[in-house]
Design a protein around this ligand. Structure first.
Ligand code: CTP
Length: 470
């Protein structure tokens, strides 16, 4: 193991511990990540004794400030780009109504068994006489080889003690491409309601990590199958299922959404674009209709979906800022490029799409590309070809008309001065005429043509200019 502890900090930590006559270990995520060949900047140091006293000695030796969290019995310092956390070995017992355990001093093994998963229990000694020795009482290495998420104790106890671990199990499975042990799955099903005692922020933090993993559908399938999704994000769980009337069914919107999400994830790391994929069809259950002649329809699901976004964001404690607006816009517009691709593509339709999507046009095109999940190769090819046409058209129209960052070439102030008007309905009307004129292609996107057009439209409203045009 020594070769993995090449940072001189580890030897230093060991020698300070030797001077104090105490045992110290590096434990948890850092050790796990050594075996998984992942980079980790967080180091957890376990002290058999008082973690805070030891951290203070280390801080003094390194000439570094130490932050102390008395309530948690932990301390932290930064060393170069590393964050080192110190904790005394503990034994924990939990009560039924809280994630906060009753804590007593414990041995290394007491501390290892209170941890969430076997792969997170591995400890490496830093003291000189046993430097680099691995302690693995719960077969964490074996589970790493089997790519298995398993709890060191009875899974029912581990999840009941700290229900956030149910989310963590699924998050690790998604991030590491591991499978969750069957006993653990059953224990999650049994304890799922206890997720209610965990703060929404923490649950969403884990959910976002699942969403940011390479293949997020893995995590969502676990969330759905264990019943957790229904509790933390019921709107998404409701996408599941196929209804059949007169032998006609529709697609399963849950699995379709997961496919779109994975497609987006393969093309972009952006969390909010991934959220747009999750929410693009969220209003399908609420807008579903069956017509004996035409079959299933979901008319208006994009509008209703966009209206649902703020409530979902607030329920999940996601930020109610421009990120939410971005997601809302993409949900609202997600059908537009596809509709364009199916019809004869007019310049004015392209200009309108550019106007409505603005700076987010590329994100929208990516989402729409990901939304084509048909298994019919002929249809897929056709969609993709038309899509390329829309892309080319978007490019050439944008080069010519510059709509995506559109600013009115004639401002409200210009109009007020020109016709000696006060701010009000007429100014708004004239501005709308100009915008519509440009989008419809009646006039070009230039100040000159826009002013002339304003004059004509104002004349129709009975207004006369009070000064010359500039
Ligand atoms: N731990 C736990 N139960 C929790 C949270 C953490 O048992 N609810 C333990 C695990 O042993 C874990 C260690 O505390 O390895 C450190 O936790 P944390 O830093 O949250 O996770 P990491 O395992 O380091 O992974 P990541 O940094 O990806 O969150």
């Amino acid at each position: 193991m020594e070769q993995y502890l090449c940072n001189p900090l580890f030897k230093k930590l060991g020698s300070i511990a030797d001077e104090q006559g105490i045992s110290v270990f590096v434990i948890g995520g850092y050790v796990r990540d050594i075996f998984l060949k992942r980079q980790s900047k967080d180091i957890d140091i376990l002290v058999i004794g008082n973690g805070i006293d030891y951290a203070e000695k280390v801080g003094k030796a390194l000439g570094t400030a130490v932050s102390i969290f008395k309530n948690f019995g932990t301390a932290m310092l930064r060393y170069n780009d590393l964050e080192v956390e110190f904790v005394g070995a503990r034994k924990e017992s939990y009560r039924s109504n809280s994630r906060k355990p009753i804590v007593e001093d414990g041995t290394l093994e007491d501390d290892q068994k209170r941890r969430d998963f076997t792969i997170n229990t591995l400890a490496i000694s830093l003291n000189k006489d046993s430097y680099g020795e691995l302690t693995d009482p719960f077969k964490g290495i074996e589970d790493m080889d089997l790519r298995l998420i398993r709890t060191p104790l009875d899974a029912r106890e581990t999840f009941s003690d700290d229900p956030l671990r149910m989310m963590r199990a699924i998050r690790f499975a998604a991030q590491l491409h591991f499978v969750i042990d069957e006993e653990a799955i059953n224990a999650i099903k049994l304890n799922k309601e206890r997720i209610g005692i965990v703060s929404k922020e923490r649950v969403t933090d884990e959910l976002n990590k699942i969403i940011l993993s390479e293949c997020p559908s893995v995590g969502f399938e676990y969330l759905f199958d264990t019943g957790l999704l229904e509790l933390i994000f019921p709107q998404m769980a409701q996408l599941y299922g196929v209804e059949v009337i007169n032998g006609k069914g529709h697609k399963d919107n849950f699995y379709h959404t997961l496919e779109v999400l994975d497609n987006v994830a393969a093309m972009s790391d952006d969390l909010w674009l991934r959220w747009a994929a999750i929410l693009h069809d969220i209003a399908k259950p609420a807008t579903k209709r069956f017509d004996p002649l035409h079959g299933w329809s979901f008319h208006g699901h994009e509008d209703k979906g966009a209206r649902m976004v703020p409530k979902i964001f607030s329920q999940l404690k996601l930020p109610l800022n421009e990120k939410m607006k971005f997601v809302q816009k993409l949900v609202q517009l997600h059908l537009r490029p596809i509709v364009l691709a199916q019809a004869l593509i007019t310049d004015s339709a392209v200009r309108r799409l550019l106007f409505d999507a603005g700076e987010d046009i590329e994100a929208l095109m990516l989402l729409c590309h990901a939304d084509v999940t048909t298994k019919n190769e002929y249809k897929k090819k056709k969609y993709r070809q038309n899509f390329e046409l829309v892309k080319q058209k978007l490019k050439s129209v944008e080069e010519r008309d510059q709509i995506r960052n559109w600013q009115p070439p004639v401002s409200g102030n210009d109009i007020m001065e020109l016709f000696n008007l006060k701010a009000g309905k007429e100014v708004g009307l004239i501005k709308n005429y100009i915008r519509e004129g440009i989008l419809e292609g009646e006039i070009s996107n230039t100040r000159d043509e826009a002013l002339k057009f304003a004059l004509k439209k104002a004349g129709e409203l009975g207004l006369k200019p009070v000064r010359q045009l500039l």
